[in-house]
Design a protein around this ligand. Structure first.
Ligand code: NAD
Length: 493
């Protein structure tokens, strides 16, 4: 471990916590200290918010021609690509995920900055056909202002990029707070930004716990928009806090995502992709297809094959070649997943595989949990309804399309769902009936920068990525001009 404390980046300078406190960042593969970072508090968040407010109000960023903002964002994408191996390694050390997954993330992140760099100067507004004679009517988009942005630990830099790139392209200034347990790659981005020509105060990175630093971002009346990705309960508290000044809110919350397998699909492909749908990053993915729904006629043979593939998943160090699944993020999260095993068994789910920590000697220092399969599940069970966020699949059996749709929609979440079938009519019917922000047909867990991402129901508010992701960071203004003003003569004559 490098012994220097890594500091926050505020107003174009490196900033240690006002309290002087620091936090150790833990490698989930071996429980060892990986780095020491400043541990901010409300006061640090307030300093960062003020820096972002002053930068926004000075118009140094929003008045910069959009093409120039795009040029800087494009350059940041290039810098990320140049550093992608370093960043991927850091992300794997900090989260435990495999290098292969981290490399995909970094390629995406560079692409996200470039995508929004390209969009920055594309929206010239809209001319409206005004019904008033001798007038002009235009609709323009303007930056919302100061954006508080809070990211989770599962995709630390990817989630930060989903927020920072569109906000900056729109002309906003940002205060980004990464998860307190996985701040390292976001801090590395601050290093890249510090070397570039971004005006001071446009990009600020604060560190520290959600309950103080995150809450300050949500409550502070100098912040115009709060964008949050994380758990549903935190999302609700952010909504309440944001009411102080009726901030704009963007929420990407959890999911409990059904993966529905109809008997008429290509079962081998569906099985293979059902594994991909859950076990990347040890199931710690908001869109994990952890709720597997099998048509009754194929249930038994599908489960047998699934079990035998799951038993062969290779657990290990994310940095090592050949590792297919790393550890969970923390001892605390491991305890939460372990507790769900008791919940599932108490509800009557049948444990087919896993359900415990592995026994291998080289995995004892990390927060590992075995790939786990429950059958005999029904949709009222907590293990089916609640987000476990671990390498756990529950299997429900269904008969026919109507039951599949009814069960799949029977959740408070609405992030993503997938289904597998070769019936063209069913494809149309089921895709329209599923109440989820993303529906995959004959695939699972596909997302890309160009298409919007977000949830229905309690999975969130608003959308990230795509054009919609940029629009979240803009206010719509209608500008009306009368070219021939005349008195109306209505009052007091
Ligand atoms: P979390 O809610 O515990 O924390 C997320 C972030 O919020 C962290 O930075 C944390 O410090 C901060 N925070 C915590 N309490 C806060 C408060 N009171 N006020 C303001 N900020 C606060 O979530 P997590 O455990 O880091 O991440 C896992 C969750 O994120 C899962 O529920 C997952 O589904 C969700 N997630 C959703 C998406 C999506 O696109 N919908 C993507 C990734 C993760």
């Amino acid at each position: 471990m490098d012994n220097t404390v890594q500091n926050m980046y505020i107003g174009g300078r490196w900033h240690s916590a006002v309290s002087g406190k620091t936090r150790n960042i833990i490698n989930p593969f071996n429980g060892k200290v990986l780095a020491e970072v400043a541990e901010g508090d409300r006061e640090d968040a307030q300093i960062a918010i003020l820096a972002a407010r002053q930068a926004f109000d000075s118009k140094i960023w929003s008045d910069l021609p959009a093409v120039e903002r795009g040029r800087l964002l494009y350059k940041l994408g290039d810098c990320i690509e140049a550093e992608s191996e370093v960043l991927a390694r850091l992300e794997s050390l900090d989260t435990g995920k495999t290098m292969e997954e981290s490399r995909w993330d970094m390629a995406d992140i560079a692409g996200i900055f470039r995508y929004y760099a390209g969009l920055a100067d594309k929206d010239g507004g809209e001319v409206i056909n005004s019904p008033i004679p001798n007038s002009d009517s235009r609709v323009v988009r303007e930056p919302v202002g100061v954006c508080g942005q809070i990211s989770p630990w599962n995709y630390p830099l990817l989630q930060a990029a989903w927020k920072m790139a569109p906000a900056l392209a729109a002309g906003c200034t940002v205060v980004m707070k990464p998860s307190e347990i996985t701040p390292l790659t976001t801090l590395k981005i601050a290093e890249l930004v510090a070397e570039m020509d971004f005006p001071a105060g446009v990009i600020n990175i604060v560190l520290g716990p959600g309950a103080s630093v995150g809450a300050e971002l949500a409550e502070n009346t100098m912040v115009d928009l709060i964008s949050f990705t994380g758990g549903i309960e935190t999302g609700k508290s952010i909504m309440r806090a944001a009411s102080t000044n009726v901030k704009k809110i963007a929420l990407e919350l959890g999911g409990k995502n059904p993966n529905i397998i109809f008997a008429d699909c290509d079962l081998d492909v569906a099985l293979d992709r059902a594994l991909d749908g859950v076990f990347f990053h040890a199931g710690q993915i908001c869109s994990a297809g952890s709720r597997l729904m099998l048509e009754a006629s194929i249930h038994d043979r599908f489960v047998e094959k699934l079990k035998s593939r799951m038993a062969k998943i290779r657990l290990g160090d994310g940095l090592a070649d050949g590792t297919q699944m790393g550890p969970l993020i923390s001892a605390e999260h491991l305890a939460k997943v372990e507790n769900y095993m008791r919940v599932a068994e108490a509800d009557g789910a049948h444990l087919e595989l896993g359900g415990r920590r592995p026994e291998a000697a080289d995995l004892q220092d990390g927060f590992f949990f075995l790939p786990t399969l429950f059958t005999g599940c029904h949709h009222e069970m907590r293990i089916v309804q609640e987000e476990v966020f671990g390498p756990v699949i529950t299997v429900e059996k269904f008969t026919g399309e109507d039951e599949a749709v009814r069960l799949a929609n029977g959740t408070i979440y609405g992030l993503a769902a997938g289904f597998w079938t070769s019936d063209p009519g069913r494809i149309q019917r089921v895709a329209r009936q599923l109440q989820f922000g993303t529906v995959w047909i004959n695939d699972f867990n596909v997302y890309f920068t160009q298409a919007p991402w977000g949830g229905c129901k309690q999975s969130g508010l608003g959308r990230e990525l795509g054009r919609q992701g940029l629009e979240e960071y803009t206010e719509i203004k209608h500008i009306f001009q009368n070219h021939k003003p005349e008195p109306s003569g209505w009052f007091g004559l």
